[in-house]
Write a protein that binds this ligand. Structure first.
Ligand code: BTN
Length: 265
């Protein structure tokens, strides 16, 4: 599998030379953090056929059975503060939608802030984790983790997520070429990383273009769960929600999530 994937990644992308493959792992993000703490370089890619403890945002788990999905993490070492990386998850989401489109012809949408969505259901998600030097405030490393459901019908998902998750196989009507898609994702992430700090506006504009949450009525999951309309996304990726009293509430991904009022999206 590793060699097939590498053969699909263009030679211009140096990340193909620092790619780890595991048949089984607890979590590619957890392993990436371990490797980063041991000094693994920028652009180290960790892939697994199966995760036994795949993790999502806010302490959730990510269903990761063998052969059904892409479980991918990359170690980044940008030289900047954590504040300068607030848009990183958005950049990964924008890159992932473009890679899925290129490799399969299907263009996913993005549910703020980190979910890839097809036909109103979750196709995948992104988990970004940062290690910051407490003294300088500089980022020591960032791990970006991406999970995509590739194969399996509705019945393959556990009951609690059966009606909100979808695979590419279901959406396309046939299984995707997974190695080609993995290669497209790695290449798109590499390309996004090169532009991450210099082309923030363009990256965020791409994100906004694909974000299905904008214009929707959302419930903010904090305080007394106020509802409002998702009006825009600021340069750092925060969602700006217009409340019924006219105030504009800033919702940061780290503190709260939003829930659309019409099903999953
Ligand atoms: C979410 O849905 O909240 C994010 C899901 C992220 C899942 C990916 S799979 C590869 C990487 N390893 C993990 O443990 N999580 C991410």
């Amino acid at each position: 599998m590793k060699d097939t994937i590498i053969s699909h990644i263009p030679a211009e992308c140096p990340w193909r030379d620092t790619l780890y493959w595991f048949d089984t792992i607890d979590s590619t993000n957890t392993r990436a953090k371990l490797l980063a703490n041991q000094g693994a370089p920028h652009g180290t890619v960790i892939l697994a056929a199966r995760q036994t403890a795949g993790r999502g945002r806010m302490g959730r788990s990510f269903f990761s059975p063998e052969g059904n999905g892409i479980y991918l993490s990359v170690i980044l070492r940008p030289r900047c503060s954590a504040e300068a990386l607030m848009h990183l998850t958005c950049g990964v989401a924008a890159a992932a939608t473009q890679a899925v489109h290129k490799a399969t012809g299907l263009l996913p949408q993005i549910k703020w802030i980190n979910d890839l969505v097809v036909q109103g259901k979750k196709l995948g998600g992104i988990l970004t984790e940062l290690s910051v030097d407490p003294g300088s405030g500089l980022v020591q490393y960032a791990v970006v983790g991406l999970g995509i459901n590739c194969r399996g019908s509705r019945e393959h998902f556990p009951a609690p997520i059966r009606d909100i998750a979808i695979s590419l196989e279901t959406a396309l009507g046939s299984p995707p070429d997974t190695p080609a898609l993995v290669a497209a994702l790695i290449h798109a992430l590499w390309d996004m990383d090169k532009r991450l700090l210099r082309e923030k506006t363009a990256i965020m504009n791409t994100y906004r273009k694909h974000c299905v949450t904008l214009g929707q009525q959302v419930k903010i999951l904090r305080d007394n769960n106020p509802m409002g309309i998702a009006e825009s996304i600021d340069p750092n990726g925060a969602l700006l929600v217009r409340l019924p009293d006219g105030r504009l509430e800033t919702v940061n991904s780290g503190e709260v999530s939003v829930r659309g009022l019409y099903g999953y999206v």
